[in-house]
Design a binder for this molecule. Structure first.
Ligand SMILES: [Zn+2]
Length: 470
């Protein structure tokens, strides 16, 4: 099989960028599938928009917590960007709370990603109900708890019996998660993450000053504009069981508004994706990588628990800042571009180093957030995906019905791995990816021989029997 795959290899791009025909077809088909998915999302967007508008209205008029009266949706208008690929109906909404000026105090052991947020001076404003004993530090847990309580109250007063439920609070998540279950269509589930957010307008923290490296890609002017923007914080604490009191009340820095903007104006030339004649495949490549990550997580939920789509997004941004020329990303180069991104992600995993795109001293692949065992597992899983022609991209998706011909996703039945279940989710199996299939074929060959011998014996016996009768 291996030699055949190599024989069919064609060069689709720059020298060295060999992508086999099957792989090229698979990547393109999956890309098309992702484009169709967007149409399906429109109904969900309508329902979510209605929910969020009602929630904002409820908060504005709420009697019990004045701090939450003055919230605004951050990055409004695009809050239905695809968060997850395999579950297109998951939404992320950041609600910005209005607070007096804050200062950031970095928690040193987390290399610039977690902070305590303090008021510059004592205040009598509404934030005073959400401070710690020092009357200066904003409590992440108190803000999160209040957000949760208000959303719960909102659902029971405005959306009771209409399918929305508030999920259990998770200690490591900054969000209040709402789930919608459609009674008519049971598999039609939708979820919305509502994340309270604080803004710190006065410049980026020291740890983020060096990044991001976008001079060659978006230009120096764009970099200056980006760095002059405010940064945001969400109530998320670091992972781990033995956290200090400071860490328990910490906030995680978020650049999602800037990431979103960079994705929107992503070209080296301002004209990229402005018209159909200069479309590029950058966004599609990111979607494919997210798809691959989700697929791996679905297959190995325990082993790859620390992996998330942000690892993919980070790798993607690094590749964009290095592979800057728009023509390299033309739609016809989808497979080459994606394999380039995949290769980068693979190398980062192998090196155990994936620097945060903005806080470059922070390694997203370092323990305890990403334990060594999980990283080894990821490295093996990625290698396996490469060796077997990315079988995880062939997984049936929830909206598979939208794809005109699902079989078309499997271009050549015996060229790729016939049975995805043959991938056994334990690390040893990853080293010898396909023992089961090999054994099966040996057993099958042996049984054919046995059947032939059996038939021969029967014929000879019948022949002898006839001769004796005569
Ligand atoms: Zn473009």
């Amino acid at each position: 099989m291996e030699s055949r795959r190599r024989m069919r290899s064609i060069s689709v791009g720059t020298p060295g960028d060999d992508v086999s025909q099957e792989l090229d077809r698979l990547i393109k088909l999956r890309g098309r599938d992702l484009r169709l998915r967007k149409v399906d999302q429109q109904n969900a967007v309508k329902i979510v928009n209605h929910l969020i508008e009602s929630l904002l209205d409820f908060l504005k008029n709420n009697e019990d917590q004045p701090l939450f009266r003055d919230v605004s949706v951050l990055t409004s208008g695009s809050y239905y960007e695809m968060v997850k690929i395999n579950k297109p109906n998951e939404f992320d909404i950041m609600l910005k709370l209005k607070v007096p000026r804050l200062e950031m105090a970095e928690l040193e052991e987390y290399q610039g990603v977690f902070y305590n947020l303090k008021l510059l001076k004592y205040t009598r404003e509404e934030i005073k109900h959400f401070l710690l004993e020092d009357e200066r530090t904003v409590s992440a847990t108190k803000i999160k708890a209040e957000m949760h309580r208000l959303v719960r109250k909102f659902i029971s007063s405005h959306f009771k019996g209409k399918g929305w439920v508030v999920c259990r609070k998770l200690v490591n998540s900054p969000a209040v998660t709402l789930e919608f279950n459609n009674k008519e269509k049971e598999d039609d589930v939708m979820s919305v993450d509502i994340v309270p957010t604080l803004e710190v307008p006065q410049g980026w923290p020291q740890a983020a000053r060096a990044g991001p490296n976008i001079n060659n890609w978006l230009g120096k002017k764009c970099r200056r504009q980006i760095v002059s923007k405010a940064v945001y914080f969400v109530p998320k604490r670091p992972k781990g069981r033995t956290l200090t009191d400071n860490a328990k009340e910490s906030w995680r820095i978020s650049f999602s508004h800037i990431e979103k903007e960079m994705m929107q104006y992503h070209g080296n030339k301002k004209t990229c994706c402005e018209s159909s004649s200069n479309k590029c495949c950058r966004k599609r490549c990111l979607q494919l990588l997210k798809c691959l990550i989700e697929g791996l997580k679905q297959r190995y939920p325990k082993e790859l628990e620390p992996l998330c789509s942000y690892h993919g997004k980070t790798a993607f941004l690094h590749v964009l800042s290095d592979r800057v020329t728009d023509s390299l990303w033309s739609p016809s180069q989808l497979s080459v571009s994606f394999m380039n991104l995949f290769g980068y992600f693979e190398r980062r995993a192998l090196d155990g180093s994936l620097p945060h795109f903005f806080v470059c001293h922070h390694n997203l692949f370092s323990p305890p957030a990403f334990p060594k065992r999980a990283l080894t597992f990821l490295t093996n899983a990625l290698k396996e995906q490469r060796d077997l022609g990315l079988p995880v991209l062939k997984m049936p998706s929830p909206s598979a019905a939208l794809v005109p011909d699902p079989d078309a996703l499997v271009p050549d039945p015996d060229a790729l791995v016939p049975d995805p279940d043959a991938l056994v989710p334990d690390p040893d199996a990853l080293i010898h990816p396909n023992p089961i299939n090999d054994t099966d074929s040996i057993v099958a060959a042996r049984s054919y021989v046995l059947v032939y011998i059996g038939l021969l014996v029967v014929i000879v016996c019948v022949g002898i029997g006839c001769a004796f009768q005569n």
